[in-house]
Design a protein around this ligand. Sequence first.
Ligand code: ATP
Ligand code: MG
Ligand code: MG
Length: 393
Amino acid sequence: QATLGVLGGGQLGRMFVHAAQRLGYFTAVLEPDAQSPAGLVSHHHIQTGYDDPAGLAQLAQLCQAITTEFENVPAQALQTLAQTRPVAPGGAVVGIAQNRIEEKAHFAACADVSGVTCAPYAVLETPAQVRAVQDERAELLPGILKTARLGYDGKGQVRVRTAADLAAAWAELGGVACVLEKMLPLTAECSVLVARGWDGQVVSFAPQRNVHVNGILAVTHAYEGNMPPALATRAREAAVAIAQHLGYVGVLCVEFFVVDDGTEHGGLVVNEMAPRPHNSGHYTIDACDASQFDLQVHAMAGLPLPQPRQHSAAIMLNLLGDVWFDASGQLREPDWHSVLSLPGTHLHLYGKVQARAGRKMGHLTITGPDVVRVKAVAHRAADLLGLPGLDAI
Ligand code: ATP
Ligand code: MG
Ligand code: MG
């Protein structure tokens, strides 16, 4: 029986395991946490650190091919595994995506083919570079200072209004390597999922429009007309070009900003990429005939990549731990009975034992034959659960 491996035990790993098991694969998860969402549902759970040589050797020995689900898995661990097994995505591209400085350099390097650039930015690694920005690059302010590494869900970011604030903001982030990005006038955000095989075959999903609340994804809109078609085409083509330019294998998610640039539909700016399936792609499980996780399984195992087809309009609502607390701060189980009585609701819970504010506990996808009905149900579900973000657009 063939076994597929995954580095990391979070919810992305769990949904990957579900997809792999449906195709008859056994799975092995390497994850230090004993109670992880993916470890709990996998055939094998290697409970050790991501860079433990013995654990990595055991994973390689068990598995036909290996992937990763965790944003900050050591790229070196993937390189080690790749010495003996197919690893997708590879350590080199994961390393690029883990470092905003390298990531932006890659976006710049393929801007000619992708047709998109990132926000104006400066690299800040030394006090001299901080002073140089203060003196010479005032156009970057107001801006957002982001740590080059280890940031996610808006963590590791500080908004900077004036040049005088910059040094303090940099110190607040620990004086580590950062990028300062100009704050852009966003009118919308979207992301595109691309899957690419070992043979270079590429398929992609239509862009989904995303709404963030407090730097965390809150709502994904996935239906015909979720954004102007001309922009959607450009985003999709740009994401494919970015994946191809990387020689990427597996599922890649590219995030974009839509900015007000005075043109009819606005301009497209590339934000960042995630070298894995993505929270904004969870709707594909219930609304498409192949999900982002199915494609990840196919890509790494060397199976053909079907061009996915979306059969239902969909809205995804992220379920953060906040939903588990009532107005007086008491922990309680949300009213799933009422939510699941609504038509087209698909509840996904990740098996996390402890609810905490801001923690991703699950998601709810609402599907239906058309966007009007999906929106109506999404609003009722959001009201029942007290979820934010749906009225934003
Ligand atoms: P993720 O969880 O998606 O990995 P992250 O912590 O890596 O998030 P970013 O995607 O860089 O963070 O930024 C989070 C959000 O902050 C963006 O989705 C967007 O809403 C806002 N944002 C980031 N950069 C800018 C910018 N230059 N101008 C305006 N808004 C921005
Ligand atoms: Mg990110
Ligand atoms: Mg992001």
